[in-house]
Design a protein around this ligand. Sequence first.
Ligand code: SF4
Length: 361
Amino acid sequence: METKSPPIKIFELTFSELTSELKNRYDKGAYYAAAIFREIYVNGNTHISKAPAFLRSETFCRQLCQDLEINLNPITEIIEEEGLTKFVTELKDGFKIESVIVPMATHYTLCISTQVGCKMGCRFCETARHGFLRNLSVEEIVGQLYMAKFRLGVRVRNVVFMGMGEPLDNYDNVVQAVRVMEDQRGMDIPKRYVSISTSGRVDGIRKLAALNWPQLNLAVSLNAPNDRIRSKIMPINNIYPMGKLHEALLDFPIKNNGAIYIEYVLIKHLNDRREHARQLADYLKPLKVKVNLIPYNPLADLPFEAPDEKDVSQFLDWLVEEKIFVRKRSSKGHNILAGCGMLGKTPHRTTNLNDLTIFDG
Ligand code: SF4
């Protein structure tokens, strides 16, 4: 019995993968791959039969349209807040994810999610409260960019993997999404405009380093000056303590004049003292880093307090004295771009508690 070929999931394929697929299935080449990319990613039209390249290839086009699978999930909510546009996407299984469009001085940045929930369990995080439900597929990740561009009409230049979830916990799909998005014939988001944020998955950082993509930006949510405090607020530190993280960051490839971004959420009475600034500086000095200092934004029911304005300035000054490059992130937009954990208020589909996974060191 003849077995049916699996569908061609267009949002999961790079240009060269699509070209090979067309060659293997229909003995067609890059000309048609370019036509598909142009129609979908440049013109925003998912009905490729209307593309000029296919008008004279009716039989091939009919076959291709049967085989292509284009899954786009609907935006169910758009929330405008303090200059940001947050949009909620409902996935096929009813789960909801959030993405945020952040206007910058000259362009727009899109903050996208990589998982439904997160298993890292950071104590200060909104997303962590939901536990982990599942990874997003490549097309669900790329689909957030597609919807921002073509349903909301936003000219996105930068993409940051800082929404719901730990990107390096969904390593394969995130890396493939970066590959799909970068092609100039398609979405055209080069790696220098992409940032991946991690809570410190050393295994993922090392795998990413092995790809040798120095253009790609790496951000690390550090949030503590020593293991004792970090383990208190970030359970991942029990698996990958700061020493191991440090070794991985030293080995990470960085472009000329580039840096690893270190996110430090300042929490009152927890990580905001003079000695903490000194320990943090000692830890960071051997690395090429830029620090984003983020005053903690209190969440209901959590035992952490926001720092006073003067304490934030004082901590910043201490780091400057230690010759650490640091800037304060204070607006909501900047906070969103300063590390994961700021999204996730959207209620997910009603969940069986047995489905939840919490990573707890
Ligand atoms: S801060 Fe990031 S890594 Fe930590 S639980 Fe939240 S989403 Fe996950």
